[in-house]
Design a protein around this ligand. Structure first.
Ligand code: GRF
Length: 208
């Protein structure tokens, strides 16, 4: 059975969704860059080894990345899943996990890479918003797109209501994308992700 290491920084609701999805894979460990990440508790309660690689204990990005890599490699995972991991990783680290590290981002990339995606979506007046699961590449929030879920933006939406509705979709689309990965159904050709199997739906459209 393939194994996954999940990296978190905070709440960990996406990690929880992945664990609860009953995937044909083992979540071998959850690693946080912050000791106070709430999600560590769920991991420990679920019997998943939970480890902190505290970013404050390292003076350089290189030293932190090396420690993180060592913590991951103890489990020899097939996949590293970033789930609300709020730290930019160095180019060498990202290259090391090329094609086997994925991320969830709360916007329909390539729109709104970076932070405050819901606020920016409202400011731009977009009518569709959502989330994206993508392979991680050195350019932050720009890797090959595996799957997206889109929701309508309503007139009365606030940053909080949008965030909540997008998060519901994150919990749906991230486990699905990881399932495709562990089933060996993903291939990247010229930066475009193909999913093997005719029933694979890379776009989830939510009608409200
Ligand atoms: C999610 O919105 C994710 O897309 C973003 O950070 C948030 C993390 O939430 N990268 P959680 O820790 O998974 O609950």
């Amino acid at each position: 059975m393939k194994s996954i290491v999940i990296l978190i920084s905070g709440r960990g609701s996406n990690m929880e969704a992945i664990v609860r999805a009953g995937l044909p894979a083992k979540v071998a460990a959850v690693i946080s860059n912050r000791a106070d990440a709430a999600g560590l508790k769920f991991a420990a309660q679920s019997g998943i080894p939970a480890k902190v690689v505290d970013e404050r204990e390292f003076s350089s990005r290189g030293a932190f990345d090396a420690a993180l890599e060592a913590a991951i490699e103890r489990h020899s995972p097939e996949l590293v899943a970033l789930a609300g991991f709020m730290r930019i990783l160095g180019v060498d680290f990202v290259r090391h996990y090329s094609g086997r590290m994925v991320n969830i981002h709360p916007s329909l990339l390539p729109a709104f890479p970076g932070l405050h995606t819901h606020r920016r979506a409202l400011q731009e007046g977009v009518k569709l918003h959502g989330c994206t699961v993508h392979f991680v590449t050195p350019q932050v929030d720009h890797g090959p797109i595996i799957a997206q879920a889109a929701i309508p933006v309503h007139a009365g939406d606030t940053e909080a209501t949008l965030a909540a509705r997008v998060l519901q979709q994150e919990h749906r689309v991230y486990p699905l994308a990881i399932r495709w990965f562990v089933e060996g159904r993903l291939a990247v050709e010229n930066g475009i992700v193909r999913v093997d199997g005719s029933d694979a739906r890379q776009v989830l459209l939510v009608e409200e």
